[in-house]
Design a protein around this ligand. Structure first.
Ligand SMILES: *Cc1c(COP(=O)(O)O)cnc(C)c1O
Length: 461
């Protein structure tokens, strides 16, 4: 399987190369040259399988011969060994025909573990084989960073630098990043927003000299391997609700569009998905865009769902690439306009193409609080703020014919202040993390300045 860039000017790469590279050299994002299809019978045969076995069947066609069957099976088993729920991604019934897909049973309590644990194992095998060492740089609004540090700590072929917006992540998120003891992982507090962090990461990737000097690799949600890992739970949950004989819809609390884009790929692979519903917080650029108002960035407003406090949604470029019929020239133009004018308009045809798959909605801060409170009373489920946004939007858009699955993207204990405020219940950290607040922290503080960052990284590797 070859991977091509959404901007058309970077070389096509193998799975392994695309994974190790992250962002394409032309600034674009890698997508598979074609999307493998599963037959109805192949999907039917997933019913009743373990999560890991479904993962193998979904992932295999995308990696081709990069990993042979035995090593891929081994990698998948190791990736999900530390999940605290036997089925990895259990479904819970919230109300009639509305289900929560619990994606927070991994080691850092958010869905990012599904991709990051897998990527850690894939990197280790690939780099050892190549006798190579890389520097991983990532930006995080909280959950990616903790998942990356957890997945890569102690791996000697990898140095990890995670940029997070100082003061804009929860204490639990910060501590999950700053309390790792291993010297190959570094948490960097940037004086800026998540979008600043993401822009500085892009700056470093676009500096080809620096990129080669430190052997830069990216594990942000732009990395194709992350999208790939996330396709699996769309299949596992849909088949347990009767797919392919029955349609299923999904609502996804969305920021960088990585998680929901995995749902689009699942649909293109043959999974009968009726709607993919984008749920945003007050930073609702995606909802405005899908409602036909163009893609125009505004200031990021800090919210109680910090992992969705985003205005530049990097994976949306992949959705646009398909909506524009794989026209890389158009994508280059849009991205140039985004850079010059902070936004762009979408053609009518592309908007129609998007609305064939995606619907959208948003929740204000008050609505998010109210949903946490109402669902606790009505269904005895304590939701994290991100999940609450999903549930609110799902409730607006779902019908009684097609089951709706809302992705529960984090454990409520990852956002205790907001959850307590809304529900008067203090969500307890699971046992594995009960000493989190006693562990010593290690933080590097820097300005929102790429030169300072490069020097720091050179110093530490
Ligand atoms: C990252 C994250 C999201 C948003 O996911 P994207 O793939 O960026 O759309 C939502 N909720 C939580 C808890 C997250 O960590």
């Amino acid at each position: 399987m070859k991977y091509i860039s959404t901007r058309g000017a970077a070389p096509a790469l193998s799975f392994e190369e695309a994974m190790l590279t992250g962002l394409a050299l032309d600034g674009g994002l890698y997508v598979p040259a074609h999307i493998p299809k599963l037959t109805k019978d192949e999907i039917l045969s997933l019913q009743g399988l373990r999560y890991q076995d479904i993962a193998f069947r979904i992932i295999k066609p995308f990696v081709d011969d990069a990993f042979d069957d035995d090593s891929l099976i081994d990698i998948i088993e190791k990736a999900y060994a530390d999940f605290s729920h036997v089925s990895c991604a259990p479904l819970v019934e919230l109300e009639a025909n509305h289900f929560l897909l619990e994606l927070f049973h991994g080691p850092t309590l958010a869905f990012k573990d599904f991709a990051m644990q897998l990527i850690g194992q894939l990197f280790q095998v690939a780099l050892n084989r190549r006798k190579q060492k890389v520097t991983i740089i990532g930006a995080t609004s909280g959950d990616t960073g903790s998942a990356a540090i957890e997945a890569f700590r102690g791996l000697d072929a990898v140095n990890v630098f995670i940029l997070f917006p100082d003061g804009r992540v929860s204490d639990v998120q910060r501590r999950q990043m700053t309390t790792a003891k291993e010297s190959n992982v570094h948490a960097i507090a940037v004086d800026g927003t998540f979008d600043d962090c993401q822009s500085r990461v892009k700056d470093m990737f676009n500096d080809h000299e620096f990129r080669n000097e430190v052997q830069l690799a990216g594990i942000n949600s732009i990395n194709w391997a992350r999208v790939l890992a996330q396709i699996v739970y769309y299949f596992s949950s849909a088949v347990s609700l009767g797919a392919p004989l029955r349609k299923v819809s999904f609502t996804v609390p969305t920021g960088n569009f990585g998680d929901i884009f995995a749902g689009y790929i699942a649909k293109e692979m043959g999974l009968p998905i009726e709607r993919l519903v984008v749920a945003t917080n007050q930073n609702d650029i995606l909802h405005r865009c899908l409602s036909g108002k163009g893609y125009h960035t505004t200031q990021v407003a800090a919210s109680i769902s910090p992992s969705m406090d985003i205005q530049i949604s990097s994976n949306f470029e992949r959705a646009l690439f398909y909506a524009y019929g794989l026209d890389t020239t158009e994508i280059v133009k849009l991205m140039e306009q985004l850079k010059q004018n902070d936004g762009f308009e979408i053609t009518n045809d592309a908007l129609i193409a998007l609305s064939e798959h995606y619907s959208s909605g948003m929740a204000t801060e008050v609505e998010t609080f109210d949903t946490i409170k109402t669902i606790l009373t009505r269904s005895a489920q304590l939701l994290c703020p991100h999940t609450a946004i999903g549930v609110k939007v799902a409730d607006e858009l779902r019908n009684n014919k097609v089951p709706m699955v809302t992705l529960a993207t984090a454990h409520p204990a990852k956002f205790p202040a907001a959850v307590k405020n809304a529900s008067e219940v203090n969500p307890e950290l699971p046992n594995i993390m009960s000493d989190l607040f006693d562990r010593p922290e290690r933080i590097l503080k820097v300005d929102n300045d790429v030169v300072q960052l490069k020097n720091l990284i050179r110093d530490r590797i």
